[in-house]
Design a protein around this ligand. Structure first.
Ligand code: FAD
Length: 469
């Protein structure tokens, strides 16, 4: 969820008037061109694959959409490598690109079975989270923690540690109780805490490097309605209140709006109240208004701050009630690139203050809200949340803007505070860094080698992460 404030949008008319009246519109950053598009096919006629933000590309020799586990196992044994599974291509890191075979589970989707008494359900790995939410609601279940969007596939989301927010809620893979995968040898294995237990700990968040996950068993919760509240308040107040706030609400996060000193706080709490009518989302417009503020007033941080505060003052809080799977995830029509680090909770506020100071001191072009969330621990070997309560910080860059500052300014701060990167989001860490951050990293790398001795699942990036174990 982004800063979805209708009134912010309307208030921006005032910014335009102020900027225009002062002649500041003349200083506006010119309309940026689209980043150059790579050719639609390579010289061999292979078609382009591109991730959601457009920065990762590949021309796979073969594309496959198996319709059964048997078909997938045969494919893994014979298709040209590297074989990389793709979900919905929403990762920013080069996890998916391959010159070999790109495998989608788009023909292996939907619910397989469920148990009402225990609120568990088995789903195909290719199921999109949006479809899963609707299907689970149909059997009276929900995933209580969901990411900002629900376009991802179930296996793709859990493979990188995709998470939502809430002090008692683990990331999605933390609620996997069993899975089935096809290994690099083409074997079909069931894993849980009793069967292939080590593989279960590694492959729950396995980057598609331990096998292609076909079925996932989820520990869900009974379906609930939640009340969403969104309000703006000064950053200083949010940081001071953060420990109380994250104890008080089921799902909670906040966005810092750069160059405004203001945050948007978003909470979701269970309720028996009836669903309310929801006005159409205004996320896109609010975001583009923050961009306008940058374009027009970026040259003067003080003025930008003053006008932003003026526009935001007096905005009404927003309240809406619905089933949680309908509210927790939203649309993200404005593309961006993103870095997110997961820090020990006690380091989150200090790191965020440093990130804000660095950006506001050196990068007037940044306008995307900075997101802070909280995630409960789990014990998957490659989980960034392993063994500690986590405070996450995510910094975004508009897809037409430079994102070098993420590496230059943001990453060093996150690393100094003990941060572990989101596996699907931008970072420059290497094998030795991961080995230092994850106590079981070398065990995971060795197990990976046993499951895939020929490195069938390793593309160039993953070879760098795992191969010399
Ligand atoms: C707009 C946007 C919003 C986002 N919001 C959040 C958020 O709120 N929280 C968060 O944590 N992340 C978020 N992300 C990151 C995103 O959730 C992850 O990158 C996720 O892994 C993408 O899922 P996907 O289905 O697109 O997988 P892909 O990006 O296609 O693949 C990701 C990984 O999964 C592997 N994989 C895919 N299918 C399988 C399979 N069947 N078996 C084994 N491995 C497989 C791939 O090989 C790859 O390694 C967001 C990303 C975007 C673009």
């Amino acid at each position: 969820m982004m800063v979805s404030r209708r009134s912010l949008f309307l208030g921006m008319a005032g910014v335009a008037a102020v900027a225009g009246a002062g002649g500041w519109a003349a200083s506006r950053v010119g309309v940026q061109p689209e980043p150059p598009a790579p050719p639609g096919q390579d010289e061999a006629g292979r078609l382009l694959w591109r991730n959601w933000s457009g920065i990762q590309t590949a021309y796979p020799a073969q594309r496959a959409a198996p319709g059964s586990e048997g078909e997938l196992a045969a494919l893994v044994r014979t298709a040209p490598g590297p074989l990389r599974a793709v979900g919905s291509g929403h990762s920013f890191m080069p996890l998916v690109p391959t010159p070999g075979t790109l495998v989608t589970l788009d023909r292996m989707t939907g619910l397989i079975s469920h148990d009402k008494a225990t609120s568990t359900a088995v789903a195909w790995g290719g199921t999109r989270l949006a479809d899963l939410g609707a299907a689970l609601a149909g059997i009276g279940q929900e995933m209580p923690n969901l990411p900002d969007i629900n376009k991802q596939s179930l296996a793709g989301a859990t493979a990188t540690g995709t998470h939502g927010t809430g002090a008692t809620l683990p990331a999605l893979h933390g609620n996997i109780t069993a899975l089935r995968l096809v290994t690099g040898r083409g074997d079909i294995l069931d894993c849980d805490v009793a069967r292939n237990a080590e593989l279960f700990q590694a492959a729950r968040l396995g980057l598609g490097a331990f096998g292609i996950v076909t079925q996932v068993t989820l520990q869900n919760s009974p379906l609930k309605r939640v009340e969403r509240n969104v309000w703006l308040q000064p950053l200083e107040q949010t940081l001071a209140d953060w420990p109380r706030l994250h104890q008080a609400h089921r799902n909670i996060e906040f966005y810092y709006l750069p160059f405004t000193d203001m945050t948007a706080v978003i909470t979701h709490d269970e309720t028996d109240e009836p669903a309310t009518v929801r006005p159409p989302a205004q996320d896109n417009e609010a975001l583009l208004d923050l961009k306008k503020l940058r374009d027009w007033l970026g040259w003067s941080p003080a003025l930008r701050r003053r006008v932003a505060r003026q526009v935001m003052s007096g905005l009404e809080p927003e309240r809406v009630v619905d089933e949680s799977w309908r509210l927790l995830s939203n649309e993200r029509p404005v593309r961006f690139n993103e870095m997110e680090f997961h820090l020990p909770l006690e380091a989150q506020v200090g790191a965020l203050q440093e990130v804000i100071a660095a950006i506001e001191g050196q990068r007037n072009d940044v306008f995307f809200p900075i997101e802070a969330r909280i995630v409960a621990p789990d014990d998957a070997w490659l989980s960034p949340f392993q063994g500690r309560m986590t405070g996450s910080i995510a910094v975004h860059a508009y897809y037409k803007d430079q994102y070098d500052f993420l590496y230059q300014l943001v990453e060093p701060i996150m690393r100094r505070h003990g941060g572990r990167p989101h596996w699907g989001k931008l970072n420059s860490l290497k094998r030795a860094d991961f080995a230092a951050l994850y106590p079981r990293f070398n065990d995971a790398a060795e197990l990976r080698r046993q499951m895939d001795p020929e490195g069938r699942f390793l593309n160039d990036y993953l070879r760098g992460v795992f191969a010399d174990a």
